[in-house]
Ligand binder design. Structure first.
Ligand SMILES: [Zn+2]
Length: 354
């Protein structure tokens, strides 16, 4: 967690860091009053939002008290000048960089992407992405792609393995400790072998779905590759799977949310960034057009739940632009390249739309 002085102490006075302490408040509308603890002093701060952080406008020493610790602790830093004036700031979670990297593609037409087809017979290619959420000290990978076996069997154009895709944005797959599997379809859960140090985060319902009765039906089972599911089951018995039952916080500012719909246990990832809350929606909406036009993608377990999931996405994201679809080539056009030369391959999502 990074501490940063958001409002310098007035004038040229030498600021002294007196003590880091813990705030005991939930984030409220800006500006608002927030209690905080400095040593044994209970402070009352008036704070305003600055991106994902807040800064104190006024600091009042209210009374002597001990910390009343609550689950969502955030750090407070207080600087006190020799003359006694105080500047303080609160940090709500880490600032995260978020990347999407294209690892495969296939040609497709519009009619393939909407229930009931589409009157316009035009090309609408499908891109396949991995995502990475890079914090100050931790990295989360979202989905693991597929490899050459699936690419050949399903006639997809594999451009790079999961490990090579992540290397494009400076992430070493062998070192990654936490991988979120949004769901267990072949194009999201096929590269587990690239992550020897990782735990795999999956919803209870997705594991039950991928090993249960619906897999007998080709309409549902076709999207899964049995070897991927079997590999994940082995990781369960090796203690390398973290099960989630609904919404869960992975770390301050990084959380998973159960949506279902596309598959029974589909989860999405919400990330706090400098631009606000972003949602990696995976196959809750394959394309921007699915959610924006209200037209569901035809590979689906429960259409009603998928459609309701769009409202959840809108609630989780701080703006409609901050919902990132799972397979849309527009992602690479709307967001800046991760680095010069990475245009068309990797995008940096947390910087906001171009
Ligand atoms: Zn899928």
């Amino acid at each position: 967690m990074r501490l940063e002085l958001l409002r310098p102490v007035q004038g040229s006075e030498q600021a002294e860091v007196v003590e880091a302490a813990l705030a005991i408040c939930e984030r409220g509308p800006s500006p608002h009053f927030a209690p905080a603890v400095l040593g044994h002093e209970l402070l009352e701060l008036e704070v305003e939002a600055v991106g994902v952080r807040e800064r104190a406008l006024h600091v009042l020493v209210a009374e002597h008290a001990f910390a009343r610790l609550q689950p969502h602790l955030e750090e407070l830093f207080v600087h006190r000048s020799p003359s006694g004036s105080i500047a303080a700031g609160l940090q709500y979670g880490s600032v995260h960089r978020v990347y999407a990297v294209k690892y495969a593609e296939r040609d497709a037409r519009r009619a393939e992407h909407f229930i009931g087809g589409d009157p316009h017979d035009a090309p609408m290619p499908m891109y396949y992405f991995l995502c990475a959420v890079v914090g100050d000290s931790e990295t989360w990978v979202v989905d693991t792609g597929f490899g050459r076996t699936d690419a050949a069997a399903r006639r997809r154009n594999l451009l790079r393995t999961a490990a090579d895709a992540l290397a494009v944005v400076g992430v070493d797959a062998r070192q990654v400790t936490d991988v979120v599997l949004t769901h267990l379809h072949y194009d999201h859960a096929g590269g587990l072998e690239h992550f020897p140090s990782a735990r795999f985060h999956v919803q209870d319902r997705e594991m039950a779905f991928a090993t249960g009765r619906h897999m007998i039906e080709p309409a549902q089972g076709h999207g899964f590759t049995a070897d991927h599911v079997a590999a994940l089951v082995r990781h369960v018995h090796a203690g390398r799977v973290v099960f989630h039952a609904g919404d869960d916080e992975l770390a301050p500012g990084v959380s998973v949310h159960l949506l279902g719909g596309h598959t029974d246990g589909l989860q999405v990832v919400r990330v706090e960034t400098e631009q606000g809350a972003m949602v990696l929606a995976s196959d809750a909406t394959h394309y921007y057009e699915n959610i924006e036009a209200g037209r569901p993608f035809p590979v689906v377990f429960d259409v009603g739940t998928m459609v309701e999931g769009w409202d959840i996405l809108r609630r989780l994201a701080s703006s409609p632009d901050a919902i990132i679809p799972g397979h849309d080539p527009l992602v690479l056009e709307r967001y800046p390249a991760s680095a010069p030369g990475c245009e068309g391959v990797a995008a940096r999502l947390d910087l906001g739309r171009l």
